[in-house]
Design a protein around this ligand. Sequence first.
Ligand code: CU
Length: 279
Amino acid sequence: MTVYGRVSWPPEAPKWTFLWELVDGDTEAIAFRDVYFKGIKVLHKASLPMIRVHYDSGAGPYKDQLGIGNMRVPVKVYEHVQSGHRHLVVESYHVISRYHIVNRWFFRDDGLIQPQLHSAGLQHNATHQHHVYWRFDFDIGGASNNLPLEHDPGQTTNWGYGPGWRPIRGEEAFWFWNRSWAVINKQSGLGYLLNRGEFDGKSDSFGRIEGAAVAYRASEDLKGRLGSRFDDEIYQHVTGESVDGKDVVLWYVAHLQHIYHGPEFEWHVCGPLLWPLRY
Ligand SMILES: [Cu+2]
């Protein structure tokens, strides 16, 4: 089964156009396809193939996927106004045993994309971490000639992209939480900047990476088949292949810490901010 919809928003003068779909089987939550902002391509696909949950008590670990089967109400698409900005929101609501999860994506009128994963409920009465894996298959102005970069705020060297911005030439995993990443088109200079969200935490021995930059390969687009409850297995895609001037896939991982204080039903949120550059 598949549910999907086409978006062209705002209707009177569209800035965002894309297709969203939710496919059963190897589900990767809502997948956004062919995302354009102001008529220029941003993403071939953006999705959330996997959540891994690790309990300090030793229960689990778990690997969860958001799909039609655990969705409680149909996907909602609506407009939301906040802080003087209009947003188009696409969201799905899921229940997996005792977890309640909202997968909510904001597309703001100025180009900001904000995927948010909200969770509430406890599977076990213990502190745990939700490791949330987003996959961004960028096509900045098209699939070719893209380049990923990493920003280190402690670094002043200028490699030609601004102080501290290091071009990533070959596939690599991201090990440091205090960084930002970007993907640009080498010819046009357009791009998207990815900043960590306020509650996105730090990697640990269970969820070891903050993300990765890899070259697009159809065989590596595993959707919900990615990884296991014990390991994300993204390292298998990091083989040193060139990503300079290629079709770039950026993985981003949030590590949402959920400290147990007693029985509760509190919502926790995580997710990055993706800002347009020169769009
Ligand atoms: Cu939790």
